[in-house]
Design a protein around this ligand. Structure first.
Ligand SMILES: *[C@@H]1O[C@H](CO)[C@@H](O)[C@H](O)[C@H]1NC(C)=O
Length: 298
């Protein structure tokens, strides 16, 4: 029965997203510009710290072979995760009790995405890439690193989930959450940077092989799409879009991931409708531009 109701709710979500796409074809949304100036230039901290973001190898090197591309797209996902960490870390001490429930919902969504991202990498992407490049262990470093922060990440979940499950959100204690986050931040940050370098490094040795290049490209892009779309249209998808900064790297990624504008609109606005209270805490607004962090306003 649980599965049936999940299926129905999922089908419903898909239907509503499609309706939104149709509507979006007829109406264009005019959101007022963020009244606050560029949050990246403001003296208030924004989501590009305390954990530094990754530069995409395409932006850094100007190369565009399959590995550099795969690593760059991975970097964009990683940056959404790093911005997620930063938004939680920076805002936790300033969240008002009335917003605890939404903040916990936002934070658990971040956890769900990180966990899912790793499970998908280990189960599908890494073995496939290693098989194609014909080098078992080519990504061993990335696997090993996953274990260096998993324990801390699970603590993060195990602290927040019961508060939410049992309706005890008022018991939320920012110092407890921050000390858990401090306990894994170093290994976590290291991994999200080093995996990009590990994948990009394959371009040094493997790109002269044309067949290989032709097979590995689709593997990355298919995995990326599936990993995002399987993740939950009402939670992880809006979380991601609202933490992809469309102005990053001089706007190079303004339209990433590539999709028709009405679909993007539907994913963010309609998908985001379910838990709209959560997304106040995201690093970017519905227009994909950086916004001053909600709990640090005024
Ligand atoms: C919050 O947690 C910290 C340490 O984790 C503790 O010292 C403090 O008393 C707690 N605050 C409240 C209000 O429970």
């Amino acid at each position: 029965m649980v599965q049936l109701s999940q299926l129905i709710s999922r089908t419903l979500q898909v239907v509503v997203v499609f309706i939104a796409i149709i509507l979006a074809l007829f109406y264009s949304s005019h959101k007022p510009a963020d009244p606050m100036a560029d949050p990246k230039q403001s003296p208030k901290p924004w989501a590009d710290g305390p954990l530094p973001l990754v530069k995409t190898p395409m932006y850094q090197t100007g190369k565009d072979d399959v590995f550099t591309k795969g690593a760059s797209h991975m970097a964009l996902l990683h940056n959404a995760i790093l911005r997620g960490y930063n938004t939680i870390y920076l805002q936790a001490p300033h969240v008002k009790p009335v917003d605890y429930a939404d903040f916990i919902g936002y934070s658990l969504t971040w956890f769900n995405f990180v966990k899912k991202h790793h499970d998908d990498e280990e189960a599908e992407l890494f073995p496939k890439v290693e098989e194609i490049v014909g080098q078992k262990g080519a990504l061993a470093k990335a696997y090993e690193e996953h274990h260096t922060f998993m324990e801390g990440l699970v603590k993060f979940h195990d602290y927040l989930e019961p508060l939410s499950e049992q309706g005890q959100e008022t018991q939320f204690n920012a110092s407890t959450l921050l000390s858990i986050m401090d306990s894994f931040s170093e290994a976590f940050c290291h991994h999200f940077h080093s995996e990009i370098a590990t994948i990009a490094a394959l371009s040094e040795t493997k790109t002269d092989n044309k067949d290989l290049a032709a097979t590995v490209g689709p593997v990355f892009s298919k995995w990326g799409k599936a990993s995002i779309m399987r993740a939950g249209l009402t939670d992880v998808v809006p979380f991601l879009f609202l933490n992809f900064d469309r102005t990053a790297e001089e706007g190079k990624w303004a339209n990433w991931p590539p999709m028709p504008a009405p679909i993007r609109w539907g994913l963010v606005n309609v998908g985001g409708f379910w838990y709209s209270g959560w997304w106040r805490f995201s690093s970017c607004g519905y227009d994909g531009k950086p916004q001053t962090l909600y709990a640090l306003r005024e």
